[in-house]
Ligand binder design. Sequence first.
Ligand SMILES: NC(=O)c1ccc[n+]([C@@H]2O[C@H](COP(=O)([O-])OP(=O)(O)OC[C@H]3O[C@@H](n4cnc5c(N)ncnc54)[C@H](O)[C@@H]3O)[C@@H](O)[C@H]2O)c1
Ligand SMILES: [Zn+2]
Length: 386
Amino acid sequence: MKELPSSGTLSVQWTHRVFTCRGAFTDNGDDLAAMLPQESSRVLAVLDDGLARTNPDFAGAITTWAHRHADRIEATGPPLIVPGGEQAKNDRTVFDQVVRAIHERHICRKSFVLAAGGGAMLDAVGLAAATTHRGVRLIRLPSTTLSQADAGVGVKNGINAFGAKNLIGTFAPPWAVVNDTAVLPTLSDRDWRAGLSEAVKVALLKDESLLSEVEHAAVALRNRDLDVMERIIERTADLHVAHIVRGGDPFEIKRARPLDFGHWSAHQLEQMTGFRLSHGDAVAIGLMIDLQYAALTLGNSQTLVQRVASCLRSLGFPLHCDAMGDQDRLIEGIERFREHLGGDLAITMVTEPGASFEVSSIDIDAMRQSLELTLRRGEDHITRAG
Ligand SMILES: NC(=O)c1ccc[n+]([C@@H]2O[C@H](COP(=O)([O-])OP(=O)(O)OC[C@H]3O[C@@H](n4cnc5c(N)ncnc54)[C@H](O)[C@@H]3O)[C@@H](O)[C@H]2O)c1
Ligand SMILES: [Zn+2]
């Protein structure tokens, strides 16, 4: 084989910018408009129907904002409202709706898709934006705690296919992300707490002080204190963004994926329950399973396992679900995770907050025991509480 002399490395620079505010469009939305290029850009706004339904003024506020900043924004019609929740990713309906709107509203590579919604909807819209015209600029406005803390501030998108989560997707840094916390009060209790299991996850990986802050703030968080939630989301999002921007592997080419701590079982449980179990609740259980496994296989004390269980419980997370009883199927999640990583298994284990390492194989008997212990701990708590 002869290599052509011009072959070589090529590098492309990306900027990943994440902002936080309360009321992106209410206080005139000047900051957001000022970020846009000076020459007028066409904008297609896409809204999650769960957000649009519970915040009935939101769509109108975007339209008013666009008209107010007509020097920079050329609105292309009313916001397109698409289904939110996991169904947005479970087939191609939302993806196709957005591709069609990009085409019909003449959105080009210099235009913007402005997508506001939960992590699932943002994943589907993000895939449509990243692939139509080989990439249209995307501004994300995550509208759930989980998407503001984690899913919406990253550089990935995707939809589920053939029964596998995120089977189709790309790495495509958004043009900007704006976490608008004014939309959070309308979330259900389940979606309000969802971002907090990701906060506990990233705190266990990287920052014990965040774990302590979440523990101290648990009552306020459960009582839906928006100021406290805003601060926890900001710290959690910043740790995720730091990992992506400064961690040296933004497109996850290397073997390990530390931010996926607790996720092999979380993804499998979501799939097994037909997504009735939310990602946030599944991650809480997934963290407990892997903490328990690490304690068991290393012969460590249960102190950290109990500390995290008590923190997650006080935040309102149910730490078990019936699907955990089907150990055979749950354990298949390890194999799926291996495939997702590209062949070599790397599962993150945490022994102390801030102290993690990867294992490349799992002792299945010890994992079965960990599943049993985790399930029993969750059930015991319900029995005692009930
Ligand atoms: N791309 C990534 O890097 C990444 C990372 C982690 C998770 N994810 C994905 O994120 C998804 C989970 O996201 P999620 O937790 O945001 O849930 P979600 O997107 O499923 O949204 C939950 C529900 O909240 C509704 N909703 C959205 N905003 C609302 C608001 N302000 N008020 C009231 N209701 C509102 C939605 O319509 C939906 O019914 C999963 O599919 C997961 O795989 C992606
Ligand atoms: Zn997650």
